[in-house]
Design a binder for this molecule. Structure first.
Ligand code: B12
Ligand code: SF4
Length: 473
């Protein structure tokens, strides 16, 4: 049987370029790592075109000429859209006859998109392992472009409507471990800079926040199948395999949306991980999950950083967003984690629909009180098909325009944003520090900033540079 050559394209550029991040070698992405591992096992030859800066047609062209792929697979989030459009146009103009598919959250959240952009013959919604496996099998049997996709689950074919797509769900304990070689992991920032191993312990999230991708994805799957956790043994095997290959790894970064769901899983993880890996690790939790038993188990397992979404300072808005916890619970959760000498990080969002200045002040205040080791603030991006999108649709600047990325600008009309929005955004951490240092006085200061901002917004938003930023303070 013919060995199929598959070229993956990963336009990671958006995150690096717009965040002014100086790490230049990119990060490992599990989606492509896993898909590459799956089809390599089937005998395919795979290669990656990892776009780190601006999309460059010549470079892609050279890669295609050198590698001569039978199939091109692009993977993307919504924030890589600008490059995806360029890739699509390029493929459509010069390589129309090479089957080309796109997958990842960009199409999973918007299954109409494939019909509106050029260059991709089909889109994969949700888990991609089975679909891609079937496509390469058909290719190795000699099937032609027009016979490659029909009848395969999780696939939407361009220009063929599929309103009620069914999504097949993987047993994530049976998937091969991600192919880090395809990324040349030893060169990536993850390894060469941070000395970390990025890992996923699960898929899906048991919560259902109304601004989050999970609120859309979960709908494709059976109620009980969407949220899946890998066994502790399976996780440890993958880590062990990588520790042998990459000896400088000094911590594990669990990137899963939510690190655990079931306390028994956590107990089992602790025993297995401690015995077999025993390296510090980072993970994400939700505020409601924090209690003495959980944090003590995490501490015993080696956890050294816990990141959690505070999201907004406004309790009512937070509840509307699907996070029904109080300011007090946030404080208690962060304090408890600190008591165990574990570092903390907060995720925050600005520009949620109906946010107010007083909500923002509360956001600074709560961050000042919890005093996290790491804070990230992002501009709210209305992802299509989320419940929150429906709320803000009427406030969008231009529904048809795809903006570069949300890192630069909110998609909502300025008049619907909190007065001083960009100013606050850029000064998030200084506000937090200011609040810490001045207590009540800060309130007066922030009002001054508002006045100042009016001047800025009258034509000089240019001096707004940074976007999402992370600073240790
Ligand atoms: C790790 C991660 C990151 C890392 C990125 C590492 C990297 N190299 O890219 C970091 C921390 C840098 C990051 C940054 C951001 N992230 Co992030 N991130 C994730 C996370 C937690 C895991 C991604 C992952 O590896 N998943 C595991 C793989 C196996 O699953 P998968 O991606 O779904 O892939 C499967 C299918 O989609 C499909 N598939 C994917 N591609 C393809 C291609 C083909 C051809 C086929 C056939 C199939 C296929 O098959 C795969 C295997 O089944 C996801 C949440 C999640 N659970 O997925 C959020 C997520 C992708 N991030 C999100 C967000 C919002 C961000 C930020 C905007 C955060 C911020 N405020 O700065 C930035 C934006 C970065 C960008 N340019 O897009 C959102 C994206 C929403 C959207 N619509 O785009 C997500 C979905 C989180 C969420 N719950 O909302 N992120
Ligand atoms: S807890 Fe986090 S990952 Fe889960 S649905 Fe809410 S925002 Fe998304």
């Amino acid at each position: 049987m013919k060995k199929i050559k598959v070229l993956f394209i990963y336009p990671e550029s958006g995150y690096n370029t717009y965040n002014n991040i100086s790490f230049k070698n990119g990060r490992y992405y599990h989606g492509i790592g896993i898909l590459s591992a799956v089809i390599k096992k089937m005998g395919c030859i795979t290669s990656l075109h990892h776009i780190l800066n601006e999309f460059n047609a010549e470079k892609l062209n050279k890669k295609i000429i050198d590698f001569n792929p039978d199939l091109i697979c692009t993977s993307s989030t919504t924030h890589m859209m600008m490059d995806v459009l360029k890739i699509g146009i390029f493929l459509d103009e010069y390589y129309k006859n090479i089957p080309s598919i796109i997958g990842g959250i960009i199409v999973s959240m918007d299954n109409e998109l494939i019909h509106n952009i050029r260059g991709f013959h089909a889109a994969v919604i949700g888990d991609g392992e089975i679909a891609l496996g079937e496509i390469v099998e058909r290719m190795s049997e000699g099937l032609k472009l027009n016979e490659l996709f029909s009848g395969i689950s999780n696939i939407i074919i361009k220009n063929i409507s599929n309103a009620s797509i069914k999504v097949k769900c993987m047993d994530i304990n049976t998937i091969p471990f991600g192919d880090r070689d395809i990324f040349k992991f030893e060169n990536l920032d993850d390894y060469s800079w941070f000395k970390r191993l990025p890992m996923m312990s699960s898929r899906g999230c048991p919560f259902n926040c109304l601004f989050c991708a999970n609120s859309v994805l979960s709908k494709y799957y059976d109620k009980n199948s969407y949220v899946r956790f890998r066994s502790a043994d399976n996780i440890c095997c993958e880590i062990e395999e990588n520790l042998k290959k990459y000896p400088y790894i000094n911590h594990i970064q669990f990137q899963s949306d939510i690190f655990f769901k079931d306390i028994n899983w956590l107990k089992e993880f602790k025993t297995e991980y401690k015995e077999r890996i025993n390296l510090p690790f980072h993970c994400l939790l939700r505020i409601e999950q924090v209690n003495e038993e959980v944090i003590s188990l995490l501490k015993d397992s080696g956890c050294e950083l816990i990141l959690m979404g505070v999201e907004t300072g406004d309790e009512i808005l937070r509840k509307k967003a699907g996070k029904n916890f109080k300011q007090n619970s946030i404080l208690q959760a962060f304090n408890l984690i600190k008591k165990y000498n574990i570092k903390t990080g907060s995720f925050n969002i600005m520009g949620l629909p109906n946010e107010t200045v007083s909500g923002l002040i509360k956001l600074f205040k709560i961050n000042a009180q919890i005093s996290p080791d790491l804070a990230q603030i992002s501009i709210y991006y209305p992802y299509k098909n989320t419940p929150f999108y429906k709320e803000v649709e009427k406030f969008l600047i231009d529904k048809n325009q795809v903006y570069k990325t949300y890192f630069e600008k909110s998609l909502l009309e300025e008049k619907y944003l909190v007065n001083g929005f960009y100013y606050y955004y850029n000064n998030f951490l200084s506000f937090v520090t200011l609040y810490k240092n001045t207590n009540g006085f800060f309130k007066r200061k922030i009002l001054d900033f508002r006045v100042k901002h009016r001047l800025i917004s009258e034509g000089k938003l240019k001096n707004v540079k940074n976007s999402t930023f992370r600073i240790i303070f």
